[in-house]
Design a binder for this molecule. Structure first.
Ligand code: ATP
Ligand code: MG
Length: 575
């Protein structure tokens, strides 16, 4: 491939619209171009990188026994009515009508369509298990499309769906996908973690996310330093609370003036208590209804845990005005004693003794507040956010918090869709039974962005070899020199003949800008053909990642480079 003939425009300046490094570098390196918010065109090298991810994903899905299909992107509303998601799915679902006024949507995910395929095609236990996957463009009308390929409205996803006859079978299918995902991200050359995750709007009982570790990740991961425990912060379990306060006698609940003191710390200091002796009461809007949430004063509410405990689809912190208008309760002075709205409590709160809490009257708190005696929440559970100071819920070891980018997500769905849509099969005993499902997604285009977030330096991208759009770039440093040009041309064809993906920089540009572009594009190996060829018949090989250089005789260069690449790719597969 000749650089001079490739559609590629690189830029020195950092585009103002791009906040994160992968977005900046994808634009600067000429890999993608924005059409409009959340929609991108992949230019040749960008597409080449995307295809690399696709290929690894496809190979590993096939190896795990999944079968590739391709479903339509436009989906009829009827199927979504059947599953109950037509109303439930938020505005990310792009709904529209066709010319016959039939409701349709653009597929953000394909549980409905694939369940329809299964109920039509699968009738007997003999056809199970089956795992169907596709690699396809999804559309989600994201509220904040941003960070380039990281959160687009249109993006490429690999989605797979397994159907099993039994619970054990479904667990086996899940395990196979988990193994396949581990192989996929390992082969991509990425540093990643599988973490316990929330199942979100897809529903179901159990799930893991695959996270690429990178500072710009939108997710926070909780990782145990001693055992295998790793979870998304949204899901990370708090270790069961222990009652630390000795069984002091319960004091009377009394109202005290706390003028102007709306924050936990101020209240605690004023009353001569610590923050952990104060009950913090936060008001949320849960699917339109106000709900108060109690946590210890030194804790934070974890909204996803709250959502799951309440069994609602959306929770959001209520603003002070809404609370006042709807309840006449003064935010900052709200507490559980005599609270007129529904309230739930973190499990730790139930162990507090003689706590302080808002008195539901402006400028007043109560002391001597005791759960059970003075208030009873509608529900209690693990509602607080875990912190780095917490202990591992499994082994008691210390925890580390780190950022991650979600590149894959696997779910055990159970019968949520198959029951709703009547996807049944005849079992060995002749009985009609509902199929048990799992679903498994990979953000193929997001993987490209995540790889860059994790692998770059001040000069540009540093592609892991398995994902690089090309493996080697050959720089001709002096086009006018016949010997140099002949050597560069020779190396280019020899590398191609050896099966190496090579880009030959045959442009009439200064060496400096060729070096800069080679670095920016992130091509793992650079071969410089210059004066050395004439002097002693050598070319310079440089690793983009380590910066290490070696001189190779021109006659052996192609063979040695091809071997090096073969060895390195095999190592990534673990073979
Ligand atoms: P997120 O929490 O990042 O919004 P999600 O949990 O909604 O993602 P899933 O439904 O699990 O996403 O989709 C499977 C995979 O598709 C995700 O793990 C992610 O890698 C990718 N993905 C999801 N939304 C986007 C998007 N807007 N742009 C690019 N990739 C995406
Ligand atoms: Mg997800």
């Amino acid at each position: 491939m000749r650089y001079s003939q490739l559609l590629i425009t690189t830029a020195k300046e950092t585009p103002a619209e791009a906040e994160v490094i992968s977005h900046q570098l994808l634009l600067r390196a000429g890999f993608i171009r924005k059409l409009t918010s959340g929609l991108y065109t992949y230019l040749p090298l960008g597409l080449a990188a995307l295809r690399k991810v696709e290929r690894i994903v496809r190979e590993e899905m096939n190896r795990a026994g999944a079968q590739e299909i391709l479903m339509p992107m436009v989906q009829p509303a009827d199927l979504w009515e059947e599953s109950g998601r037509w109303k439930q799915y938020g505005p990310e679902l792009l709904r529209f009508k066709d010319r016959h006024q039939r409701d349709c949507c653009l597929g953000p995910t394909h549980e409905e369509v694939v369940t329809d395929v299964a109920r039509r095609e699968v009738h007997s236990y003999r056809q199970l298990p089956v795992n169907l996957y596709q690699i396809q463009t999804k559309f989600r009308d994201e509220i904040r499309p941003r960070f380039g390929l990281m959160r687009g409205r249109e993006f490429v996803m690999k989605d797979a769906y397994s159907f099993d006859a039994s619970e054990e079978g479904a667990e086996e299918s899940y395990r196979k996908m988990r193994d396949a995902y581990n192989r996929i991200f390992k082969r991509c050359g990425l540093e990643f973690r599988a973490v316990e995750a929330d199942s979100g709007s897809i529903g179901g009982s159990f799930s893991h996310e695959f996270m690429v570790l990178a500072k710009t990740g939108e997710d926070t991961l909780v990782i145990c330093q001693s055992c295998d425990y790793a979870a998304n912060l949204e899901k990370a379990k708090a270790a069961p609370p222990v009652k630390t306060e000795d069984s002091a006698a319960m004091l009377d609940c009394v109202k005290v003036a706390t003028p102007g003191m709306k924050k936990v710390d101020a209240v605690a200091a004023f009353l001569g208590l610590t923050a952990r002796q104060v009950i913090k009461t936060m008001i949320y809007v849960a699917d339109g209804e106000l709900v108060a949430v109690l946590v210890r004063g030194d804790r934070e509410v974890q909204p996803v845990k709250l959502k799951n405990l309440l069994g609602v689809t959306d929770v959001e912190l209520a603003d002070d005005d809404t609370v006042w208008q709807k309840t006449k309760l003064p935010v900052g002075y709200i507490g559980p004693v005599g609270l007129p709205i529904k309230f739930v409590a973190d499990q730790e709160v139930m162990l507090m003794v003689n706590a302080a809490a808002g008195a539901n009257e402006k400028g007043f708190h109560c002391t001597g507040v005791n759960p059970g005696r003075d208030f009873t929440p509608a529900l209690t559970g693990d509602l607080r956010q875990v912190t780095a100071e917490d202990c591992c819920p499994l082994c008691g070891g210390s925890l580390r918090l780190t950022e991650g980018i979600e590149v894959g997500h696997i779910f055990k769905l159970g019968t949520k869709y198959s029951a709703a849509m009547n996807a049944t099969f005849q079992d060995t005993d002749g009985q009609e039974k509902v199929m048990i499902m799992g679903c498994y997604g990979i953000g193929v285009s997001r993987v490209v962005a995540a790889a860059i977030e994790q692998n770059h330096d001040a000069n540009g991208i540093i592609f892991p070899l398995p994902l690089a759009p090309v493996q080697v770039i050959v720089l001709n440093l002096d086009l006018k020199n016949a010997a140099v040009t002949a050597a560069a041309e020779q190396l280019h064809s020899e590398l191609e003949a050896a099966g190496v993906e090579v880009l030959y920089d045959d442009r009439d540009e200064r060496p400096g800008s060729k070096f800069k572009d080679a670095d920016l594009l992130g091509i793992p190996y650079r071969v410089t053909v210059g004066k050395g060829v004439e002097k002693d018949g050598t070319v310079e090989l440089r690793s983009r990642r380590s910066g290490a250089t070696t001189m190779l005789p021109l006659t052996q260069a192609a063979g040695e480079i091809a071997d090096k690449i073969r060895v390195e790719l095999a190592a990534a597969v673990g073979e």
